[in-house]
Design a protein around this ligand. Structure first.
Ligand code: ADP
Length: 486
């Protein structure tokens, strides 16, 4: 198949969260199976940090954005056979200190920045000589692409326009803008209504993609069911129920070349399910790195996260307060809301022998935490898929997760399967329930034989893209069928 993916962030060039990992590894896996894959993404500051083999394409990007004409360049890189990354270069829009925001403030021109990206995607989809059959957009930033493609097919003589697929990585981020911003799409006003782009007088970019894509996926089966309920639907549940025949939940895969416990540049020692010894050394080094006593017998709990409400920061802080009286250690790496960063630093100041905190973004430290801990905490309020719990499983770090979204789909509790258990689940979103789960973990850690079984089960679990890639191909085929009947 010929596939054009579009995403506002892409590992290894730019990343704030799981979106970048997922699009990077999906593209890689599909190209590896012999499909022709392009990925469109912005050229941010630092995009060329790691590589030098970028090439400027002979491509005139001159796109209307409201009343002005904006120009940009297309640069390409071909990281592997069948895979081309198309970077949209517009220094004024993208080469800034942050991706979406700075000092906690969203950039005021995010509508323009991402409508420009969306138009570049449509322009490439239409004029690339290899004619993509599918345009697969990810999240709100490129949410108007499916409508722009349909519009050009209906009104502008675009024959055999590609079918469109949307993947929702997180329904909580919708790209909601004042109605004024709609003019930057240069689309006619007749799409600005309740079954189109508009929601209660505003422009809703993700809603537009839900309305106009031929197929919709989200990143786990359970999250697909959850977002059709009022509780998790973020105001879009009714529309998702209306379009549920087009909605499918597919659990994200893991790029095991990147997230590997063997020959990993971020890890000083290798280990595996068959040779787990290196993990103990990595634990001791992690304890030292965080200035904690390097005691092998004490269980170390870890967490790497964007510090936002979704991730269960409040119940984590509460449960740790309760549990730090016992013999355990906690290390975290997080960046986000200043008050959360401060709350973790305060905790570390009060328990210097038990709590270690780093703020900021550090890719290799994330690997070292996954490898050096005994347990990984993920008490999310909601979690579309979640990748860290899957990385934990492969790294032999037993995850403790709330029973929601992809966390529920990827971790097995002993109550579900005694032999195949890989982690500990709790249901209620409360300090009490999380503290109880941590207590269970402490008991498990005392029963080393059982703990080793959990760890072994997790390390052998397989969330590779081979299976997942096939599920996407099935979605692409359905999208092409639906598009043919439009
Ligand atoms: P989300 O996409 O909601 O942030 P996921 O669990 O799906 O959550 O993915 C998070 C990804 O971002 C993981 O690869 C994780 O290791 C990484 N990550 C999050 N915060 C940091 C950080 N402060 N430093 C390094 N990596 C981080």
């Amino acid at each position: 198949m010929k596939l054009l993916l579009a995403s506002s962030e892409l590992h290894p060039y730019s990343k704030t969260g799981g979106l970048a990992d997922m699009v990077g590894s999906l593209g890689k896996a599909l190209a590896g199976e012999g499909h022709q894959v392009g990925i469109v993404t912005p050229w941010y500051r630092g995009t060329d940090r790691k590589y030098s083999d970028f090439r400027k394409l002979d491509w005139q990007l001159e796109l209307p954005l409201g009343d002005t004409l904006e120009s940009g360049e297309i640069w390409v890189r071909e990281p592997q056979k069948n895979l081309t990354v198309y970077f949209v270069k517009h220094p004024g829009f993208y080469e800034r200190a942050g991706i979406y925001n700075e000092a906690g403030q969203d950039y005021p021109d995010n509508a323009q920045r991402y409508l420009f990206l969306s138009k570049a995607v449509v322009n490439l989809a239409r004029y690339l000589p290899w004619k993509p059959e599918i345009v697969h957009v990810h999240d709100w930033q490129v949410g108007l692409v499916p409508l722009m493609i349909k519009h050009q097919a209906w009104r502008d003589g675009w024959q055999n326009a590609p079918a469109t697929v949307l993947t929702i990585h997180n329904l909580a981020y919708q790209g909601l803008f004042h109605a004024e911003a709609y003019k930057f799409s240069n689309l006619p006003n007749y799409y600005f209504h309740a079954e189109g782009v508009e929601q209660y007088g505003n422009m809703n970019s993700l809603k537009s993609a839900i309305e106009f894509s031929d197929m919709i996926t989200t990143v786990s089966p359970r999250y697909a069911r959850e977002i059709m309920t009022e509780e998790y639907g973020c105001g879009l549940d009714a529309i998702l129920r209306r379009r549920q025949d087009r909605l499918k939940g597919i659990l994200n895969g893991v790029d095991y070349d990147e997230w590997s416990t063997e020959r990993n540049v971020c890890l000083a020692h290798s280990y595996s399910a068959d040779r787990p010894d290196g993990k103990a050394r990595l634990k001791a080094e992690l304890q030292l790195e965080y200035g904690l006593p390097a005691r092998p017998e004490v269980p170390v709990f870890g967490n790497i996260t964007r510090l936002v409400d979704q991730k269960g920061v409040d119940i984590q802080l509460g449960a740790l307060e309760e549990m730090l009286a016992t013999d355990l250690q906690f290390v975290c790496l997080g960046s986000g809301a200043a008050e959360f960063e401060q709350a973790y630093r305060d905790l570390a100041a009060r328990y210097p022998d038990k709590v270690g905190v780093r703020t900021g973004y550090d890719h290799c430290l994330a690997h070292r935490i996954e490898a050096g801990c005994d347990f990984y905490l993920m008490p999310s309020r909601f979690e579309p898929c979640g990748l860290n719990q899957m990385y934990s499983l492969r790294y032999g770090t037993v995850p403790i997760v709330r029973r929601t979204g992809g966390l529920d789909d990827s971790v097995i509790d002993i109550a579900e399967d005694q032999e195949r258990a890989t982690g500990i689940k709790f249901t209620e979103y409360s300090v009490r329930a999380l503290a109880k789960a941590i207590r269970k973990a402490l008991v498990l850690h005392e029963h080393q034989e059982l703990y080793r079984r959990y760890r072994d089960n997790g390390m052998r679990a397989d969330f590779s893209w081979e299976k997942t890639g096939d599920d996407y191909l099935e979605v692409y085929r359905r999208a092409i069928e639906y598009a043919a009947f439009m």
